[in-house]
Design a protein around this ligand. Structure first.
Ligand code: 13P
Length: 249
């Protein structure tokens, strides 16, 4: 039985003081929790978050890294740097990075390799746009993102990868994929990873759903066979709604 993993992607929200408030609210409500919880605040709050989360079971992640260790890359942050402030996770390939910051599958693959080489766990995001869904190419798009993103990743490294299926049309729009729509793609992802690696790896793979997950729809989504957790945006910015999603497991 795969343990559910609920991660909060804070995106570009929460200054340091706001972060401290949100983390303490989440910590205070973490009773009777059956899932793994991961917080992904902005870079500026990571070190403080790491201190506040010490001694808890809550994981900490960043929202991006560069694929080089060091260098003249103004404004960028490396895997080693986020590790040095206490991160165990990093989100890579988010659709906002792909669409707004022009990240290619090749670049995302390099970032995944770099993160794994630093013993970070990766939340690897994939998903189709509305236009792609309406043209019936969802599985082609998602399949290609997975094959290119995981190129050269060894079987033994797959235990450090979570895949997050986030249909772009469901992100921040209030439109959630129906549990059946999400389940269908999750099963496709698991079968594809089974073909690329083996059944043992695909059986253990955590596949999160993301896109307008809210307290009201979380338990139905999370009860699907192949939905092993959620990557939450908007609803993770308040302790109450994030905790309600965590407790929907
Ligand atoms: P929303 O939950 O705001 O739709 O965002 C989802 C997301 O992009 C998480 O990474």
């Amino acid at each position: 039985m795969r343990k559910k993993v609920i991660a909060g992607n804070w995106k570009m929200h929460m200054d340091l003081n706001e972060s401290i408030g949100l983390i303490s609210g989440i910590k205070n409500g973490m009773t009777n929790v059956n899932s793994k919880v991961i917080l992904c605040p902005p870079y500026t709050s990571l070190e403080t978050a790491s201190t506040l989360l010490k001694g808890t079971e809550i994981g900490l992640g960043a929202q991006n890294i560069h694929f080089e260790d060091t260098g003249a890359f103004t404004g960028e942050v490396s895997a080693k740097m986020i590790k040095s402030v206490g991160c165990q996770y990093v989100i890579l390939g988010h659709s906002e990075r792909r669409a707004i910051f022009n990240e290619s599958d090749e670049m995302i693959n390099k970032k995944i390799k770099k993160a794994l080489s630093e013993d970070l766990n990766v939340i690897f995001c994939i998903g189709e746009t509305l236009e792609q869904r309406e043209s019936n190419v969802t599985k082609d798009v998602v399949g290609k993102q997975i094959k290119l993103g995981l190129e050269g990743i060894a079987p033994e490294q797959m235990k450090n990868i979570i895949i997050a299926y986030e249909p772009v049309w469901a992100i921040g729009t209030g439109k959630t994929a129906s549990p059946e729509q999400a389940q269908e793609v999750h099963l496709f992802i698991r079968e594809l990873v089974g073909q690329l690696y083996n059944n043992e790896i695909s059986d253990e793979l955590i596949i999160q759903y993301g896109g307008s997950v809210k307290p009201a729809n979380a338990s139905e989504l999370l009860s699907q066979n192949d939905i092993d957790g959620a990557l939450v945006g908007g609803a993770c910015l308040e302790a109450e709604s994030f905790l309600a999603i965590i407790k929907a497991v």
